[in-house]
Design a protein around this ligand. Sequence first.
Ligand SMILES: Nc1nc2c(ncn2[C@@H]2O[C@H](COP(=O)(O)OP(=O)(O)OP(=O)(O)O)[C@@H](O)[C@H]2O)c(=O)[nH]1
Ligand SMILES: [Mg+2]
Ligand SMILES: [Zn+2]
Length: 354
Amino acid sequence: MIKKKEKKKFKRKNIKLQNIEIDNLEKFDEEDLVEEKRAEKKIIEKGKTSQKSNLNLKEGRIIQVESNYKCRVKIAGAELICTLSGRLKQVNYETRTLVAVGDFVNVNLAKDPRIEEILPRKNTLSRFSEENFQKEVIIASNIDQVIITASYSKPELSPGLIDRYICAAQINNILPIICVNKIDLAECREDVKKKMKFYEDTDFRVIYTSVKNDAGIDKLKEVLKNKETVFSGHSGAGKSSLINLLQPNINLEIAEISSYTGKGIHTTTSSQLIEWFFGGYLVDTPGIKTFGLHREDKAYLPLVFPGFSQYADKCKFNNCTHTHELGCAVKEAVNNDKFPVERYESYLRIFESL
Ligand SMILES: Nc1nc2c(ncn2[C@@H]2O[C@H](COP(=O)(O)OP(=O)(O)OP(=O)(O)O)[C@@H](O)[C@H]2O)c(=O)[nH]1
Ligand SMILES: [Mg+2]
Ligand SMILES: [Zn+2]
């Protein structure tokens, strides 16, 4: 084995790897990546921490981001518009979102309130652009669960999008819950259940709702109580409508689906964190078109893709990606009609997109 220091040296000088003896190439790559990530994180964390210790800092939480430089922060029950310290603007070049709804921050209250520190995040639900540099958009931070809001129709239900949300949530320690809204538009409940059978069989919580006839609203409320939840999904699925129904007098803006495209028209334009009157918090978010995962999540995909866990330990190789390997129990299940081929194809699409 070569030492870590040497690995770095080789990397820097761009010396070809075939000149060195490595017993486990995969491990080598992995360790290298972890080390690089750690160094990067250190730089970012350093930038987040204020060097000035004599400031009058108060902890608060970001409830709305107006721009990358201005947000609404709740501090001890009061709401303040705060700007972002210049130092925080400089450090992170990997993300489009310097601060996110749900962030805990330290604010300097001396004159114009200014965010001096972003406290370490418990987790984030993020999506990544699919172009080369994969910039991050943080949907929300420090949350317990995501309500993956889909509609039975108008707009059409997209299982591929649900798969992506589930993977991202599980990788980031966020509980995914699927809410299929607008079930009043289905001919019968069986039609809806059929579409979601796979997710129910794989032990995901699926809640069926209608804002038009209140179906499922109590069940939804039950899972929201005393939890911090982000509502995310396609535009027009009914996120804001569901929240309006659960919390009368909140009056979030909602709008009709475009009769031309059958899709939502992106009515909610900025996320906000709100306290439920029955306990807990919610984040309403703008609808999204696509949900890209991060390239580095590729290694976790074979472990977290819905329904794989029951087969994965029967695969011949314990690092099986369930794509090309011999003796793959997932592929066998697909061939024997035990695992739906549509979901397996969805997995391959996500895997290959990374
Ligand atoms: N039939 C039916 N329509 C619904 C239901 N829930 C919401 N809608 C309608 O769907 C449209 C879109 O609802 P919104 O709440 O604005 O959707 P959204 O997910 O917040 O959309 P964005 O803010 O654009 O992301 C509105 O016209 C609602 O009245 C439902 O359960 N059944
Ligand atoms: Mg909305
Ligand atoms: Zn496999």
